[in-house]
Design a protein around this ligand. Sequence first.
Ligand code: SF4
Length: 75
Amino acid sequence: MANEEAGVSRRVYVRVDPTKCKAYSVCGNLAPSVFEIDEWGFGYVENGDVTPENRRSIERAARACPVKAIDIIHD
Ligand code: SF4
């Protein structure tokens, strides 16, 4: 999601920190269009762009992740 304030365009994206993820699969259940779950239950992201359409579900997943492994990055 681009932030056009003051002429600055910033990318907002989400990622799963693989060093924290404990394979609870909560993210994939709350935001299945964003988070993939691998065969062992670990979450990962293919396209992490945060858009107006998926922002709410991403934020909900980030809050719900039991080990806070989901980072929303403002580049
Ligand atoms: S909810 Fe958190 S711990 Fe569970 S799969 Fe997603 S990132 Fe990993």
